[in-house]
Design a protein around this ligand. Structure first.
Ligand code: NAD
Length: 357
């Protein structure tokens, strides 16, 4: 059975841990070790998931020799080092988005994985959303014709940068934390990479709270297929907004248009003092597991992680990496292309000019 390790056991690392544990209960893998530099968190997570904890990923990788794959869920700027180390040790890798916040970093990670013949999968889970898959199929069938322009938005409530990770929000931005999801989604739907970018942004609210990062970034991206798509991303929505994240997109072609509200899936609730709230059950759904009596997680937030485990099962069974890479969605190459767009967005924010991707 394939053994797995997780580096970074914070908020999203917990989602990965839940996914791995669920797959463990199905006999697909074994969660062998976790690593986090936060001692208290590490202790709690190791206890909760009944797994060995390490404060140093190098020690974890060196000692746990039979670990087959590693998931990396450290903060945005700190994916590179653990990925390089894991690749050097011959481990297959699942890394959270953004792959890295530099183009050189992404290239170095890709090269290391190629050299060591390991899989590098990036968690672009919007590719696993059934609504998005349906839109992609429509566009790829050519029913809307050649895409001419479009619009995508992704906006978090202010609690995300202010309360969830104030320690590293200033080292990230709405383009890095949220934009990369939408840059990837649109390039995946259209099958075209970014070409050039013009972006502007504002630093008001978070800066006034002592968090020096952009509140919002608006960028216009021209893709290689000629389509021009505007992306608005921000993480300052009021606490009372109806969902933790507001998101959606539209693409308009010569023969038609496709729109998707990725936030309001038609499920809403209202409680005292909380107003109306929407839910996105296709992201993460909790139900009762008939076999264990515990919680069963489903949705695209779990499926992208499970996909990595299924891919490792295939490789461990003697499958070919080349063949697998021909079919896997969300590879290191995609991570690199998305980072190129986000880097160009930040260059344009600084220069005030159009920047090449
Ligand atoms: N796929 C998604 O939709 C999604 C959603 C949220 C976050 N993310 C991504 O997941 C990553 C983690 O985000 P988060 O919200 O869980 O952040 P977080 O701050 O809650 O967790 C990060 C954890 O990494 C640990 N850490 C930092 N450096 C480390 C190191 N060198 N070795 C081991 N542990 C280390 C921290 O102590 C912390 O516990 C980010 O890159 C983020 O963009 C992805």
């Amino acid at each position: 059975m394939i053994k797995l390790g997780v580096v970074g056991a914070g908020k999203f690392g917990t989602n990965i841990l839940n996914a791995f544990k669920q797959l463990e209960s199905e006999g697909k893998c074994k969660l062998a070790a976790i690593c986090d530099i936060n001692k208290e968190l590490l202790e709690n997570q190791a206890k909760k998931y009944s797994v060995k904890g390490y404060a140093d990923y190098k020690e974890m990788i060196d000692r746990e020799k039979d670990i087959y794959g590693i998931a990396v869920a450290t903060p945005d700027p700190f994916h590179r080092e653990p990925v390089l180390y894991a690749a050097g040790a011959g481990k297959h890798i699942f890394v959270e988005k953004p792959m890295d916040i530099t183009v050189e970093g992404c290239k170095e990670m890709l090269d290391a994985c190629k050299k060591n013949k390991v899989l590098l999968q990036v968690d672009f889970h919007k590719r696993f959303d059934p609504f998005h898959i349906a839109v992609r199929n429509e566009i790829r069938e050519g029913r809307a014709g050649e895409i001419e322009y479009g619009y995508a938005y992704m906006e978090d409530k202010i609690i995300v940068p202010r309360d969830w990770f104030p320690g590293w929000a200033s080292k990230s931005s709405p383009a890095w934390f949220l934009g990369v999801h939408m840059f990837d989604l649109i390039r995946w739907i259209m099958g075209s990479n970014g070409k050039q970018v013009y972006a502007r942004g504002r630093k008001l609210k978070l800066k006034s709270l002592g968090i020096d990062t952009y509140d919002s970034i608006s960028s216009m991206v021209e893709f290689e297929n000629g389509a021009v798509v505007s992306f608005d991303v921000s993480w300052i929505l009021p606490e009372d907004f109806e969902a933790i994240v507001n998101q959606g997109f539209r693409l308009v072609g010569e023969k038609g248009l496709v729109e998707c509200d990725s936030q309001d899936r038609g499920t809403r609730a209202s409680y005292e003092k909380q107003g109306v709230m929407t839910y996105n059950p296709v992201f993460l759904n909790e139900s009762r597991d008939a076999k264990t009596g515990g919680t069963r997680y489903s949705g695209y937030g779990i499926e992208s992680i499970a996909d990595f485990v299924y891919n490792l099962e295939y490789l461990a069974g003697g499958g070919s990496l080349d063949k697998l890479e021909g079919g896997v969605t969300g590879l290191g190459e995609d991570g690199l292309e998305v980072t190129k767009i986000a880097v160009a967005v930040h260059k344009s924010l600084d220069s005030g000019k159009i920047e090449l991707v």
